[in-house]
Design a protein around this ligand. Sequence first.
Ligand code: ADP
Ligand code: MG
Length: 232
Amino acid sequence: MILELQHIDKTYLQGKMEVPVLRDISLSVEEGEYVAIMGPSGSGKTTLMNIIGCLDLPTAGTYSLAGERVIGSSESKLSELRLHSIGFVFQSFHLLPRQSALENVALPLLYAGVPRKARRERAVRALERVGLGERVDFKPNQLSGGQCQRVAIARAIVNNPKILLADEPTGALDSQSGRQIMELFQTLNEEGVTIVMITHDSDVANHAKRVLHIRDGRFAEQPASGQTEVMA
Ligand code: ADP
Ligand code: MG
């Protein structure tokens, strides 16, 4: 199992009041799966993504990522997990505006200590994978929103992460660019990339092979691990 969360709770303190945001969330994802987590605004999706992405820790529960126990790990272990095991895709791309597509994509390789020539080669290959081989020297303001998101996806996969985590990846895009991003996710998944995608949009969620519904911080259905829910 690539990802295994058991009985995860997350409670925020608002002044002296405890605000429960996630309650008893259990989720198992196997290598090669394509899972969507769908729910309305405020249901806890981003909170859950931050926990899955090791950007935040739960209040209770257990979590293992690629066989590593996440909770109780040191900050340096967590940043290593983020760097090597997870690729992040955000609604608003999070690209560095003054850097070219190539430099943006190469950044995780720089952090990973990959030598310069190999960084360039791997970043070009990742950009080719997302169909932007002709745009490597373009800066974000010279690219469309859909192209920016493809640069962000290239950056997310350049380190060959165990899992691609996407939070509302089409949320800032027009419907045609959104469809292209969904086609790209489909292709990457067919090539073996494990995807966990968060969305409030059922049309987007239905591209995944398994859809889980979150409401008020709880999963509505919790199919047994490995079981596939077929959506109409
Ligand atoms: P979604 O991504 O599904 O819209 P979020 O995970 O962002 O939902 O937020 C879920 C709930 O948790 C919301 O009610 C939000 O106000 C609350 N929340 C999120 N982050 C914090 C925080 N840092 N402190 C207090 N409450 C928070
Ligand atoms: Mg959110």
